[in-house]
Design a protein. Structure first.
Ligand code: PHE
Ligand code: FE
Length: 285
Protein backbone atom coordinates (compact mmCIF):
# COMPACT_ATOMS: atom_id res chain seq x y z
CA UNK A 1 0.00 0.00 0.00
CA UNK A 2 1.27 3.46 -0.85
CA UNK A 3 2.05 5.42 2.28
CA UNK A 4 2.23 8.76 0.50
CA UNK A 5 1.11 9.93 -2.89
CA UNK A 6 4.28 11.80 -3.80
CA UNK A 7 6.62 8.97 -4.60
CA UNK A 8 5.97 5.52 -5.94
CA UNK A 9 6.42 2.97 -3.15
CA UNK A 10 9.46 0.76 -3.09
CA UNK A 11 9.38 -1.83 -5.84
CA UNK A 12 7.09 0.26 -8.06
CA UNK A 13 8.25 1.82 -11.33
CA UNK A 14 8.30 5.59 -11.92
CA UNK A 15 4.80 5.29 -13.41
CA UNK A 16 3.71 3.47 -10.23
CA UNK A 17 3.19 0.12 -11.94
CA UNK A 18 4.21 -3.10 -10.25
CA UNK A 19 4.27 -6.70 -11.45
CA UNK A 20 0.90 -8.37 -10.92
CA UNK A 21 2.62 -11.34 -9.28
CA UNK A 22 0.03 -13.77 -10.59
CA UNK A 23 2.03 -16.80 -9.38
CA UNK A 24 1.73 -15.59 -5.81
CA UNK A 25 -2.07 -15.81 -5.55
CA UNK A 26 -3.18 -18.59 -3.21
CA UNK A 27 -5.88 -21.15 -3.95
CA UNK A 28 -8.09 -19.33 -1.46
CA UNK A 29 -7.64 -16.04 -3.31
CA UNK A 30 -8.56 -17.61 -6.64
CA UNK A 31 -11.60 -19.15 -4.94
CA UNK A 32 -12.68 -15.70 -3.70
CA UNK A 33 -12.63 -14.45 -7.30
CA UNK A 34 -14.67 -17.46 -8.42
CA UNK A 35 -17.29 -16.87 -5.72
CA UNK A 36 -17.62 -13.20 -6.60
CA UNK A 37 -17.67 -13.97 -10.31
CA UNK A 38 -20.40 -16.61 -9.97
CA UNK A 39 -22.62 -14.30 -7.90
CA UNK A 40 -22.37 -11.40 -10.35
CA UNK A 41 -22.76 -13.38 -13.54
CA UNK A 42 -25.93 -14.89 -12.16
CA UNK A 43 -27.32 -11.50 -11.24
CA UNK A 44 -26.32 -9.36 -14.21
CA UNK A 45 -27.97 -10.80 -17.33
CA UNK A 46 -31.07 -8.70 -17.98
CA UNK A 47 -29.76 -5.97 -15.69
CA UNK A 48 -26.44 -4.94 -17.22
CA UNK A 49 -25.73 -3.23 -20.55
CA UNK A 50 -25.34 -5.90 -23.26
CA UNK A 51 -21.87 -4.56 -24.14
CA UNK A 52 -20.67 -5.60 -20.68
CA UNK A 53 -21.73 -9.23 -21.17
CA UNK A 54 -20.15 -9.22 -24.63
CA UNK A 55 -16.94 -7.98 -23.00
CA UNK A 56 -16.89 -10.86 -20.52
CA UNK A 57 -16.97 -13.22 -23.51
CA UNK A 58 -14.32 -11.41 -25.53
CA UNK A 59 -12.00 -11.49 -22.50
CA UNK A 60 -12.91 -15.12 -21.62
CA UNK A 61 -13.38 -13.94 -18.07
CA UNK A 62 -15.37 -17.05 -17.18
CA UNK A 63 -12.10 -18.96 -16.96
CA UNK A 64 -11.67 -19.84 -13.24
CA UNK A 65 -9.36 -17.85 -11.01
CA UNK A 66 -8.02 -14.31 -10.89
CA UNK A 67 -7.14 -13.31 -14.46
CA UNK A 68 -3.52 -12.99 -15.49
CA UNK A 69 -3.13 -9.36 -16.62
CA UNK A 70 -0.74 -10.35 -19.44
CA UNK A 71 -3.33 -12.63 -20.97
CA UNK A 72 -6.12 -10.14 -20.35
CA UNK A 73 -4.09 -7.37 -21.97
CA UNK A 74 -3.49 -9.48 -25.08
CA UNK A 75 -7.21 -9.92 -25.63
CA UNK A 76 -8.01 -6.33 -24.76
CA UNK A 77 -5.22 -5.04 -27.00
CA UNK A 78 -6.65 -7.04 -29.91
CA UNK A 79 -10.14 -5.64 -29.26
CA UNK A 80 -9.53 -1.93 -28.61
CA UNK A 81 -5.81 -1.32 -28.01
CA UNK A 82 -6.11 -1.15 -24.20
CA UNK A 83 -3.94 -2.88 -21.58
CA UNK A 84 -4.35 -3.64 -17.88
CA UNK A 85 -1.43 -2.78 -15.57
CA UNK A 86 -1.05 -3.46 -11.87
CA UNK A 87 -0.57 -0.72 -9.25
CA UNK A 88 -0.33 -0.89 -5.45
CA UNK A 89 -3.73 0.63 -4.64
CA UNK A 90 -4.53 4.29 -5.19
CA UNK A 91 -2.19 6.38 -7.33
CA UNK A 92 -1.87 10.17 -7.70
CA UNK A 93 -4.33 11.83 -10.11
CA UNK A 94 -1.76 12.75 -12.72
CA UNK A 95 -0.45 9.17 -12.81
CA UNK A 96 -3.97 7.83 -13.21
CA UNK A 97 -4.79 10.29 -16.01
CA UNK A 98 -1.54 9.57 -17.82
CA UNK A 99 -2.24 5.85 -17.89
CA UNK A 100 -5.80 6.36 -19.17
CA UNK A 101 -4.66 8.83 -21.81
CA UNK A 102 -2.34 6.07 -23.07
CA UNK A 103 -5.04 3.39 -22.99
CA UNK A 104 -3.70 1.67 -19.90
CA UNK A 105 -6.18 0.76 -17.19
CA UNK A 106 -4.62 0.61 -13.71
CA UNK A 107 -5.81 -2.17 -11.44
CA UNK A 108 -5.07 -3.18 -7.89
CA UNK A 109 -3.50 -6.64 -7.79
CA UNK A 110 -4.77 -7.74 -4.38
CA UNK A 111 -8.12 -9.40 -3.73
CA UNK A 112 -10.46 -8.78 -0.80
CA UNK A 113 -10.57 -11.21 2.12
CA UNK A 114 -13.36 -13.80 2.29
CA UNK A 115 -15.07 -11.77 5.06
CA UNK A 116 -15.18 -8.70 2.78
CA UNK A 117 -17.22 -10.14 -0.09
CA UNK A 118 -19.87 -7.43 0.16
CA UNK A 119 -17.91 -4.43 1.26
CA UNK A 120 -14.42 -3.03 1.11
CA UNK A 121 -13.01 0.45 1.13
CA UNK A 122 -10.32 0.22 -1.52
CA UNK A 123 -10.83 -1.13 -5.01
CA UNK A 124 -9.41 -4.63 -5.35
CA UNK A 125 -8.75 -6.74 -8.42
CA UNK A 126 -12.36 -7.92 -8.57
CA UNK A 127 -13.75 -4.40 -8.67
CA UNK A 128 -11.09 -3.18 -11.06
CA UNK A 129 -11.03 -6.10 -13.49
CA UNK A 130 -14.57 -7.48 -13.35
CA UNK A 131 -16.12 -4.05 -12.91
CA UNK A 132 -14.13 -1.95 -15.33
CA UNK A 133 -12.37 -4.04 -17.94
CA UNK A 134 -15.28 -5.68 -19.84
CA UNK A 135 -16.54 -2.32 -21.13
CA UNK A 136 -13.06 -1.43 -22.36
CA UNK A 137 -13.71 -3.97 -25.14
CA UNK A 138 -16.45 -1.62 -26.42
CA UNK A 139 -14.86 0.76 -28.94
CA UNK A 140 -16.94 3.77 -27.93
CA UNK A 141 -16.52 3.28 -24.20
CA UNK A 142 -12.81 2.64 -24.75
CA UNK A 143 -12.52 6.02 -26.47
CA UNK A 144 -14.48 7.70 -23.68
CA UNK A 145 -12.03 6.41 -21.08
CA UNK A 146 -9.02 7.64 -23.02
CA UNK A 147 -10.69 11.02 -23.57
CA UNK A 148 -11.35 11.19 -19.84
CA UNK A 149 -7.65 10.68 -19.16
CA UNK A 150 -6.74 13.53 -21.50
CA UNK A 151 -9.48 15.63 -19.94
CA UNK A 152 -7.95 14.92 -16.54
CA UNK A 153 -4.60 16.24 -17.68
CA UNK A 154 -6.30 19.48 -18.78
CA UNK A 155 -8.43 19.68 -15.63
CA UNK A 156 -5.30 19.36 -13.49
CA UNK A 157 -3.87 22.46 -15.12
CA UNK A 158 -7.14 24.33 -14.52
CA UNK A 159 -7.66 23.28 -10.89
CA UNK A 160 -10.85 21.48 -11.83
CA UNK A 161 -10.13 17.89 -10.92
CA UNK A 162 -12.94 17.73 -8.39
CA UNK A 163 -15.49 18.72 -11.04
CA UNK A 164 -14.16 16.18 -13.47
CA UNK A 165 -14.01 13.42 -10.87
CA UNK A 166 -17.76 13.78 -10.38
CA UNK A 167 -18.20 12.97 -14.04
CA UNK A 168 -16.18 9.78 -13.55
CA UNK A 169 -18.13 8.90 -10.44
CA UNK A 170 -21.56 9.30 -12.03
CA UNK A 171 -20.64 7.57 -15.29
CA UNK A 172 -17.73 5.13 -15.10
CA UNK A 173 -18.43 4.10 -11.50
CA UNK A 174 -22.18 4.49 -10.96
CA UNK A 175 -23.75 5.11 -14.36
CA UNK A 176 -27.02 3.75 -15.71
CA UNK A 177 -27.88 3.61 -19.42
CA UNK A 178 -31.20 3.45 -21.23
CA UNK A 179 -31.94 0.09 -22.75
CA UNK A 180 -35.15 0.21 -24.75
CA UNK A 181 -37.88 1.23 -22.32
CA UNK A 182 -35.88 0.05 -19.33
CA UNK A 183 -32.66 1.04 -17.60
CA UNK A 184 -29.47 -1.01 -17.45
CA UNK A 185 -26.34 -0.95 -15.31
CA UNK A 186 -22.91 -0.08 -16.63
CA UNK A 187 -20.99 1.63 -13.78
CA UNK A 188 -18.19 -0.52 -12.39
CA UNK A 189 -19.00 0.29 -8.77
CA UNK A 190 -22.48 -1.13 -9.33
CA UNK A 191 -21.74 -4.14 -11.51
CA UNK A 192 -19.03 -5.39 -9.15
CA UNK A 193 -21.34 -5.09 -6.12
CA UNK A 194 -23.81 -7.86 -5.29
CA UNK A 195 -26.06 -5.61 -3.26
CA UNK A 196 -25.91 -2.42 -5.34
CA UNK A 197 -26.60 -4.33 -8.58
CA UNK A 198 -30.20 -4.76 -7.54
CA UNK A 199 -30.48 -1.59 -5.44
CA UNK A 200 -29.46 0.71 -8.29
CA UNK A 201 -32.10 -0.64 -10.65
CA UNK A 202 -34.93 -1.87 -8.48
CA UNK A 203 -34.95 -0.17 -5.09
CA UNK A 204 -37.56 2.60 -4.59
CA UNK A 205 -35.12 4.74 -2.59
CA UNK A 206 -32.74 6.44 -5.07
CA UNK A 207 -33.58 9.06 -7.70
CA UNK A 208 -32.77 8.12 -11.29
CA UNK A 209 -32.20 11.26 -13.33
CA UNK A 210 -31.28 12.05 -16.92
CA UNK A 211 -27.57 12.72 -17.39
CA UNK A 212 -26.60 16.36 -17.82
CA UNK A 213 -22.92 17.28 -17.90
CA UNK A 214 -23.09 20.51 -15.89
CA UNK A 215 -25.56 19.10 -13.42
CA UNK A 216 -23.34 16.11 -12.77
CA UNK A 217 -20.22 18.23 -12.32
CA UNK A 218 -22.04 20.23 -9.63
CA UNK A 219 -23.34 17.21 -7.75
CA UNK A 220 -21.61 15.88 -4.65
CA UNK A 221 -21.39 12.16 -4.14
CA UNK A 222 -21.17 9.80 -1.23
CA UNK A 223 -18.53 7.16 -0.80
CA UNK A 224 -19.91 5.55 2.35
CA UNK A 225 -23.17 3.98 1.17
CA UNK A 226 -25.28 3.23 -1.90
CA UNK A 227 -25.85 6.25 -4.10
CA UNK A 228 -28.90 8.45 -3.51
CA UNK A 229 -29.04 9.46 -7.15
CA UNK A 230 -28.01 7.74 -10.33
CA UNK A 231 -27.67 9.47 -13.70
CA UNK A 232 -28.93 7.84 -16.87
CA UNK A 233 -27.19 8.26 -20.23
CA UNK A 234 -28.96 7.57 -23.54
CA UNK A 235 -26.05 5.55 -24.95
CA UNK A 236 -22.27 5.38 -24.89
CA UNK A 237 -22.24 7.22 -28.23
CA UNK A 238 -24.22 10.03 -26.70
CA UNK A 239 -21.93 10.19 -23.66
CA UNK A 240 -18.82 10.33 -25.81
CA UNK A 241 -20.38 12.96 -28.01
CA UNK A 242 -21.35 15.23 -25.10
CA UNK A 243 -17.95 15.02 -23.46
CA UNK A 244 -15.41 14.71 -26.26
CA UNK A 245 -16.91 17.50 -28.34
CA UNK A 246 -17.35 19.95 -25.47
CA UNK A 247 -14.53 22.18 -24.32
CA UNK A 248 -14.71 21.90 -20.54
CA UNK A 249 -12.61 25.03 -19.85
CA UNK A 250 -15.52 27.52 -20.08
CA UNK A 251 -17.69 25.10 -18.12
CA UNK A 252 -15.19 24.94 -15.28
CA UNK A 253 -15.08 28.75 -15.27
CA UNK A 254 -18.85 29.09 -15.19
CA UNK A 255 -19.17 26.50 -12.45
CA UNK A 256 -16.93 28.49 -10.13
CA UNK A 257 -19.84 30.80 -9.29
CA UNK A 258 -22.33 28.00 -8.83
CA UNK A 259 -23.04 26.18 -5.60
CA UNK A 260 -22.71 22.42 -5.28
CA UNK A 261 -25.85 20.32 -5.43
CA UNK A 262 -26.38 18.04 -2.46
CA UNK A 263 -27.04 14.36 -3.04
CA UNK A 264 -30.67 13.32 -3.12
CA UNK A 265 -31.89 16.61 -4.64
CA UNK A 266 -34.17 16.93 -7.67
CA UNK A 267 -33.99 20.20 -9.62
CA UNK A 268 -36.78 21.68 -11.76
CA UNK A 269 -34.80 21.00 -14.95
CA UNK A 270 -34.00 17.37 -14.16
CA UNK A 271 -35.33 14.67 -16.42
CA UNK A 272 -36.78 12.32 -13.82
CA UNK A 273 -36.85 8.60 -14.60
CA UNK A 274 -37.82 7.65 -11.08
CA UNK A 275 -38.37 9.95 -8.12
CA UNK A 276 -36.91 8.04 -5.20
CA UNK A 277 -38.40 7.82 -1.74
CA UNK A 278 -34.90 8.37 -0.25
CA UNK A 279 -36.09 6.04 2.50
CA UNK A 280 -32.71 4.39 2.82
CA UNK A 281 -31.13 7.68 3.90
CA UNK A 282 -33.94 8.63 6.21
CA UNK A 283 -33.78 5.18 7.75
CA UNK A 284 -30.16 5.90 8.60
CA UNK A 285 -31.29 9.32 9.75
N1 PHE B 1 -13.67 17.58 -23.57
C1 PHE B 1 -13.11 17.55 -22.25
C2 PHE B 1 -12.23 18.82 -22.01
O1 PHE B 1 -12.29 19.76 -22.75
C3 PHE B 1 -12.28 16.31 -22.01
C4 PHE B 1 -13.10 15.09 -21.75
C5 PHE B 1 -13.50 14.24 -22.77
C6 PHE B 1 -13.45 14.75 -20.47
C7 PHE B 1 -14.23 13.12 -22.51
C8 PHE B 1 -14.16 13.61 -20.19
C9 PHE B 1 -14.55 12.78 -21.20
O2 PHE B 1 -11.49 18.86 -21.06
FE1 FE C 1 -13.50 1.81 -9.96
Amino acid sequence: MATDLLHPPEGAAADWTIPQGWDRYTAEEHATWDTLFARQTKLLPGRVAPAFLAGLDVLRLSKPGIPDFAELSDRLMAATGWQVVAVPGLVPDHVFFDHLANRRFVSGNFIRRPDQLDYLEEPDVFHDVFGHVPLLTDPVFADYMQAYGRGGQRAGAMGAIERLSRLYWYTVEFGLVRSGDALALYGAGIVSSFTESTFALEDPSPHRLGFDLERVMRTRYRIDDFQQNYFVIDSFDDLLDRTLNTDFAPLYDALQDQSDIEVGTILPDDRVYTRGTQERVRGHG
